[in-house]
Design a protein around this ligand. Structure first.
Ligand SMILES: [Zn+2]
Length: 358
């Protein structure tokens, strides 16, 4: 044991502890218990001097670490007793800056599994909410030109006027057509920012007043299936985006900037198959990563190449199969069959171009 800054035998420590508790039980009868300073007590697993290049020593340490994690419920402390004394804390959780991360597993990256599915849309990729296409049917109009249909009415005009008033402060181009706005500007318009609560808040306000029939009618008019904002329609749980493919060209100083070359699974799902193939084809990994990913990379690029070769390079992997045309489904089946490397098979295709534009 390590307690009160000294090493003790566990038996001695327990006797000492029970004696102490008897004492305090007796003293409790006569006077109020005095607050004792809290002492951390540690279970000592091992003591050692570091030995380099010694396999027995390494094995011993790994055993001790394992025991410490088991006894310490995932936490261990190493006390370095050198010229400078220091304590080094470890835990076996995926954790940094107070955030804990799930240990990635196969299901973590699967929206077909409740564990990996987005918590907001439950893996459907869309939620019932306010439909952007119904609120802004003509994306060629600017906010100033009444792109936002529900704000056209006399009373609702106040929201538009308020938005115009705060737009300059927030550097928002009110005369720019909606489809030319960038992601940040659209986000500001919908989700709000400084002095502005957003279109979402506007509809929340309406929801609060649904006892008025006209608001109920209005809400119903704009309600529809919308792309889930949390997973961007990729159906994957949000924290799966913390796991990124890191090419060896990645420069850590670019993390979080536009030059960040790391890619998440969600981003891969949203790429066109052409871009996706190009990405995996050009991907250069460190020798260690390559060793791990070698086989899977061959499988990925082969499958993407089949899809590309049957003329489906414009689709994304995120496309739902029930939104495909007949010809596209046939071609996907063809790509699957080609991928299984059957020999001596004859394929007869009936109308493989049905529903395709080209
Ligand atoms: Zn979602």
């Amino acid at each position: 044991m390590y307690a009160n800054e000294e090493i003790k035998d566990i038996e001695d420590y327990l006797t000492e502890l029970s004696a102490k508790s008897n004492d305090s039980a007796q003293s409790n009868k006569t006077k109020k218990k005095q607050a004792e300073p809290k002492q951390n007590t540690y279970l000592m697993i091992d003591r050692f001097a570091v030995e380099h290049f010694n396999e027995d020593f390494n094995n011993r340490i790994s055993d001790s670490v394992q025991t410490a994690f088991a006894e310490g419920q995932g936490e261990l402390v190493i006390m370095v007793d050198g010229i400078e004394k220091k304590w080094v804390y470890f835990n076996n959780r995926f954790e940094e800056d107070g955030m804990s991360f799930e240990e990635p597993s196969v299901n973590f990256f699967s929206f077909n599994n409740p564990y990996g599915a987005c918590k907001t849309c439950e893996g459907f990729g869309s939620v019932i909410g306010i439909d952007e296409d119904l609120v802004i049917p003509d994306k060629g109009l600017s906010v100033f030109e009444d792109a936002i249909v529900p704000w056209k009415g006399e009373k609702m005009q106040e929201w538009k006027n308020h938005f115009i008033a705060v737009s300059r402060k927030n550097d928002f181009p009110i005369h720019k057509p909606y489809h030319e706005l960038n992601h940040a500007q659209k986000k500001f318009l919908w989700q709000g920012g400084k002095d502005w609560d957003g279109i979402t808040a506007f509809f929340k306000e309406l929801e609060k007043q649904t006892y008025k029939i006209q608001y109920r009618v209005m809400l119903a008019r704009y309600r529809g299936k919308t792309v889930c904002m949390d997973c961007n329609g990729t159906r994957l749980r949000q924290d799966s985006n913390y796991v990124k493919i890191t090419p060896n060209t990645f420069d850590p100083t670019h993390a979080g900037t536009e030059k960040d070359t790391r890619v998440t699974l969600s981003e891969i799902l949203l790429m066109s198959i052409d871009d996706c193939y190009a990405y995996f084809n050009d991907l250069s990994l460190s020798s260690q990563d390559l060793e791990v990913a070698k086989r899977i990379l061959v499988e990925i690029t082969n499958r993407l190449l089949f899809l590309k070769n049957v003329g489906l390079g414009y689709l994304s992997l995120n496309r739902l199969s029930n939104t495909l045309s007949g010809g596209e489904s046939q071609r996907i089946n063809l790509a699957t069959s080609l991928g299984s490397s059957l020999v001596g098979s004859l394929y007869i295709l009936d109308e493989p171009s049905i529903g395709l534009q080209t």
